[in-house]
Write a protein that binds this ligand. Structure first.
Ligand code: ADP
Length: 182
C-alpha cells in the first residue's frame, strides 16, 4: 500500500547523469534509438540497452511500443538500474492528445512500482522533436504524477534548459503542487 505522496523535485540537468533507480526515456515507438533524450541514453548507456530493446521488438513489441505505454530495460552503463522507455505523443493542434501524455507518466510509474524502484527521473516528455508546448506538458506531467498512486518515493524532473525549468516551476505553482528544487 502506498503511503504518503512522493516528493517531486525539479532540477536543471542531463537525464543520463541521474543517480536514480530508474530514468525515463522519451523513446520513439521503434525502441531502436533516436535523437534528444533517446539518443543521449543509448550513447551514454552503451549497447546493452539497445540489445534489450531489440529483444523487446523480437518478443512482446513486434509492432513497436504504442504511444503512452511504458516498458523497462537495463540501464547499461548509466548510473541508474533501469531505463523505463515510454513513447510520448506528437503534439497536434487539431487533436487533444493530453490523455496519452498523461498515460506516459502514469504507466512509467506503474512500471517503476513493478520494479520496486523508489526514485524515478523523468525528462520533459514530448517537448523536444514531438513539439509539445512546455507549459502545457509541464502541467500534464506534474498533475499526473501528483494524482497517481505509486510506491515511488522520489520523482525528479530533469529539465535540460532554464526555459523548461521555469515552465515546470510555474506549472507547479499554478497547480498548487509542493515541489522541491535542487
Ligand atoms: P520527444 O521526442 O518526446 O519530444 P526529445 O528527446 O526530443 O523527446 O525531447 C524531450 C525534452 O528533453 C526536450 O525538452 C529536450 O530539450 C530535453 N532533453 C534533450 N536531451 C536531454 C538530456 N540529455 N537530458 C534531459 N533532457 C533532455
Amino acid at each position: 500500500m502506498p503511503g504518503s505522496a512522493p516528493t517531486i523535485t525539479l532540477l536543471l540537468g542531463d537525464i543520463t547523469e541521474q543517480h536514480a533507480e530508474a530514468v525515463v526515456n522519451a523513446a520513439n515507438s521503434s525502441l531502436l534509438g533516436g535523437g534528444g533524450v533517446d539518443g543521449a541514453i543509448h550513447r551514454r548507456g552503451g549497447p546493452a540497452i539497445l540489445a534489450a530493446c531489440r529483444e523487446l521488438r523480437a518478443s512482446h513489441y513486434g509492432g513497436g511500443l504504442p504511444t503512452g505505454h511504458a516498458v523497462a530495460t537495463t540501464a547499461g552503463n548509466l548510473p541508474a538500474r533501469w531505463v523505463i522507455h515510454t513513447v510520448g505523443p506528437v503534439y497536434a493542434v487539431r487533436e487533444d492528445r493530453s490523455a496519452l501524455l498523461a498515460d506516459c507518466h502514469r504507466n512509467a510509474l506503474a512500471v517503476a512500482d513493478d520494479l520496486g524502484a523508489e526514485s524515478v527521473a523523468f525528462p520533459a516528455i514530448s517537448t523536444g522533436v514531438y513539439g509539445w508546448p512546455l507549459d502545457s506538458a509541464a502541467r500534464i506531467a506534474l498533475s499526473t504524477v501528483r494524482g497517481t498512486e505509486t510506491s515511488v518515493r522520489q520523482i525528479r524532473f530533469v529539465l535540460f534548459d532554464v526555459r523548461a525549468l521555469a515552465a515546470f516551476e510555474q506549472a507547479g505553482a499554478e497547480l498548487g503542487i509542493e515541489i522541491s528544487r535542487q
